[in-house]
Design a protein around this ligand. Sequence first.
Ligand SMILES: C[S@@+](CC[C@H](N)C(=O)[O-])C[C@H]1O[C@@H](n2cnc3c(N)ncnc32)[C@H](O)[C@@H]1O
Length: 264
Amino acid sequence: MIKAIDFGQLYREHLTRSGRVFKTPSDWDSKAAKMRTKVLDSSYRTDFVSRMQYGAQDTVLDVGCGPGTIGLALASQVKQVYGLDYSQGMLDAMMDNAAQLGCRNVEPILVSWEDDWSAVPICDIAVVSRASIVADMNDALDKLNQHARKKVYMTQLVGGRFVSREIEELLGREDRSFPDHMYIMNMLYQRNIYPTLDYLESPSRFAGCSSAQELIERVGWSFGELSAEDKEKISAWYQRDPEYARKGGEPTRWAFMSWTPPAH
Ligand SMILES: C[S@@+](CC[C@H](N)C(=O)[O-])C[C@H]1O[C@@H](n2cnc3c(N)ncnc32)[C@H](O)[C@@H]1O
């Protein structure tokens, strides 16, 4: 029964319902300078890389590489890193970072998920970190499986939203989440691929509020104008369990999926 469900179509319907507007390469170009150094020192990066297996002879394709968050963490321990991104600004940032780190085995590839990948090198390992909200997930999975010989590692935001699910539900706001890893897990299962699933956690974006008032202000920045009733609900939520509220509620969770692609 489950094999008959068209998860690719469900994914597309969910994506449409989320109202997601895809960013353009120039949107990302404008973020590159700020992201360049910020992403290189994060627990997310350490947590991601510590779950990978790689060796000195491996080649790595980092898809949606940004400023080299994952690829550059591996460069000194593998043979070659290819950073693929559709933003020239991000690729320039990655190459600046590579030069600063003295990594000479890093090559940029200006290609998008949607392009023809026939000239993209087939590597031992493919990595996709926080860069896989694509229009056509079946096509993306095909491309990854065709371009990795040994392993694919991919993260997807659990629940498909950066804002807090708890606060969204508390305020009765519309669910605008985008499709998350559960579609991918099922799509892989339908291809007789059995991924390993783990979770990377980082503090909620509302973590560190020392009072209900501060939380109200920060929720307002994320959700827009709050009514008096909204503020009361947030205040009551804070008072119910201040220790939990100071953590901002549930952490942000990234699903970390890894799988062996079918033999080519
Ligand atoms: C959130 S950043 C993630 C960067 C890095 N992988 C990380 O985890 O820090 C998303 C990256 O994906 C790239 N990207 C977004 N859509 C893309 C597409 N359709 N094709 C190729 N790259 C894309 C962006 O330019 C950006 O560098």
